[in-house]
Ligand binder design. Structure first.
Ligand code: LLP
Length: 432
């Protein structure tokens, strides 16, 4: 259930808050936007992104550290531009992401390329633009990368993604650092893989990396992973292979529904203390945060189309669906849902309890369950914490064009992605 008390503010959303009866993103009144831009509509706060980034920057003050925004969380060009202009590097996982981030103005030397299944064409593309590092996930990939680099007369900078076998205590679909996961090279195979990499003429070993999962809300899994990775660094360097940088991945969670992840600066104060204590404080550090930089910087506006009362359930049917907001369907994820206009009544109209669902023809097409709302058709609702893994995972299922996106900067609302038309969704197809 989700009763809203506007005076309490919205958890985790410093730049997204009610002013009186109106839900605002920075200086922009959300209820004003649908008239011009329609719904579903994603709205992001630039200040929220920069303040999330600032927490990491504070944490790393005075250190040799590179923050590589994991752009899979939200890869819209103008969002990438915000982070590129703030000095970030980027973590990419496909040739498409690489092309996208370069189009947004990123410095290729600050871009890293992760992922278990890089193709030869993607390796070539990345080498040609002078990418900063490949995070390699298997010994087989080392061989192919060396071959591709040699064919271009280059040496590929590589880091091996090791799997520390640490439980990130998160949803199984977004936990990646356990033995049964497809990711990374097993701890016990890592030294052998490094020796293999060091022998290959097309590779230059530059680092080590790990990533244990996503929406992590505890510090202990990070501390454990750091210990395991530093043990390996010691072993690998003792075998004569220097490790210039250590990349601790991303994964820090956000507050969706009373979650209490540590702040990035607090987390890193603890992690850096461990790094110092183990004698690696001078090492170049890299991290790959995604969700924690953008998740709570965005909302998705959606219009209530119909209320459908029922014997067992009341349904509130909205115009956003699982193609726009796939996280509830995929991970049973919780997103707060609040009205953009919240009349300051006497509390008498408590509304009803609804399942908030979209128009897609699947029972899995729900956005929120059992939510207490006072709504009527035509109202606009805001789905909160929608800055990460929503638009970047959106699809055209049911031939629904993807939503438009707005970036708010102070009192300015910039349209950063036009709404896709039905025609756009089939423009690349042809009849036989
Ligand atoms: N680095 C690597 C190698 C990753 O695989 C990921 C995320 C990140 C960094 C960024 O993790 P973050 O800081 O965002 O937690 N779609 C799911 C999340 C999938 C995460 C995949 N990897 C969701 O909506 O919850």
């Amino acid at each position: 259930m989700n009763a809203i008390d506007a005076s309490q503010g919205l958890p985790g959303q410093p730049h997204i808050a009610y002013q009186g009866e109106q839900l605002m993103v920075e200086g922009v009144r959300l209820s004003d936007l649908p008239r011009e831009h329609g719904t579903p509509l994603f709205v992001y706060s630039k200040a929220a992104m920069l303040s999330a980034l600032a927490a990491y920057q504070r944490g790393f003050a005075g250190r040799k550290a590179q923050i590589c925004y994991a752009m899979k969380a939200n890869s819209t060009l103008a969002v990438l531009q915000v982070f590129a202009e703030a000095g970030c590097g980027f973590d990419t996982v496909s040739g498409g992401e690489l092309a996208r981030v370069l189009a947004a103005g990123a410095d290729p030397a600050k871009v890293i390329f992760s992922g278990v299944g890089k193709t030869r064409a993607e390796m070539k593309q990345a080498l040609q633009v002078g990418i900063g590092c490949f995070n390699v996930e298997s010994e087989a990939e080392l061989d192919v990368l060396s071959e591709v680099a040699l064919s271009l007369g280059k040496q590929a900078p590589v880091s091996l993604r090791v799997n520390p076998n640490v439980d990130a205590k998160t949803h199984p679909y977004i936990s990646t650092g356990l033995k049964g996961n497809k990711f990374g090279i097993a701890h016990e195979d890592a030294l052998r893989a490094y020796q293999h990499a060091a022998r290959l003429p097309g590779l230059k070993v530059v680092g080590i990396d790990c990533h244990i999962g996503s929406q992590i809300t505890e510090t202990t899994p990070y501390l454990d992973a750091m210990d395991r990775v530093l043990d390996l660094v010691a072993e690998i360097e003792a075998a004569g292979i220097p490790i210039a940088h250590i990349d601790f991945g991303g994964g820090l969670g956000i507050n969706y529904n009373g979650d209490t992840p540590p702040d990035a600066d607090v987390l890193w104060a603890q992690l850096l203390a461990k790094l110092d204590a183990r004698g690696y404080g001078e090492r170049q550090i890299m991290i790959e945060p995604g969700r924690s930089l953008v998740g709570n910087a965005g909302v998705c506006l959606t219009e209530v189309l119909y209320l459908k009362p029922g014997e067992q359930k009341n349904f509130c049917i909205v115009d956003a669906a699982m193609n726009d907001l796939p996280r509830p369907a995929m991970y049973q994820a919780f997103h707060q849902i609040v009205p953009v206009y919240l009349p300051q009544g006497d509390g008498s109209g408590a509304g009803a309890v609804y399942d908030i669902v979209g128009p897609v023809c699947e029972s899995g097409d729900w956005i929120g369950r059992d939510r207490q709302l006072q709504v009527q058709a035509g109202d606009t609702l805001a789905v909160l914490s929608a800055g990460a893994y929503c638009m970047s995972m959106a699809s055209n299922y049911n031939t629904r064009g993807r939503a438009a996106e707005i970036l708010v900067d102070g009192s300015q609302a910039h349209l950063i992605r036009q709404r896709e038309s039905a025609f756009d969704t089939f423009a690349l197809e042809q009849l036989v």
